[in-house]
Design a protein around this ligand. Structure first.
Ligand SMILES: Cc1cc2nc3c(=O)[nH]c(=O)nc-3n(C[C@H](O)[C@H](O)[C@H](O)COP(=O)(O)O)c2cc1C
Length: 168
């Protein structure tokens, strides 16, 4: 619960590069996510090269965040392994959340970038990813140099007891 509650989207990173051991921890967290029928419909491309990061930055209005990171993990849905669009998409979400929590647990900061999907074909081209891979998110990762805050709706707004509308 501590890790879940204290994780925040981090959008500004320091210069220090992320150690390979930590990258492995993050990828491992992703691959251990649940998926329908355990089909594990994900593929990851790890991007460390500064020039490639710059190219990817050009694909989103959040380019400054991407540029600030020195590690990106592009998360793809492997169309060849799908069995149900909704469930496979949910599995990818679980996978990404696992990776965000793992990053946070090893003192890294990270943010899930979705706006970049508007230019997913271009990202595939930059990363030499085949059409069978559908970009689902880019996670920008690095050592945090900001403390972010966030809020959530109260449980009373979203949880119901026994029937909808009955206060929990
Ligand atoms: C599907 C999805 C897409 C997101 N896309 C972006 C994005 O493109 N740019 C960005 O800065 N943050 C993005 N975020 C991060 C959210 O803004 C953030 O999770 C939310 O504001 C709650 O803040 P917290 O993560 O610090 O708790 C995205 C999050 C999700 C789950």
């Amino acid at each position: 619960m501590d890790t879940i509650r204290s994780r925040r989207s981090i959008r500004k990173f320091g210069d220090a590069s992320v150690e390979d051991e930590k990258i492995d921890i993050i990828l491992d967290a992703g691959r251990w996510a649940p998926s329908g029928m355990n089909n594990q419909p994900w593929q990851f491309i790890v991007v460390k090269d500064g020039e490639t990061i710059e190219e990817v930055a050009g694909c989103t209005t959040y380019g400054d965040i991407v540029r600030s990171a020195n590690l990106l993990i592009a998360v793809f849905l492997d169309r060849d392994r799908m069995y149900d669009g909704t469930k496979d998409t949910m599995a990818i979400g679980a996978c990404i959340q696992n990776m965000l929590l793992a990053a946070h647990s090893v003192e890294l900061g990270a943010v899930w970038l979705g706006e970049i999907l508007n230019r997913r074909e271009k990202v595939n081209q930059i990363l030499n990813a085949p059409d069978s891979l559908k970009l689902m998110a880019v996670i920008a990762i690095g050592y945090p140099v900001e403390r972010a805050t966030s809020t959530r709706k109260a449980l009373s707004e979203i949880a119901h007891l026994e029937q909808y509308g009955h206060p929990y």
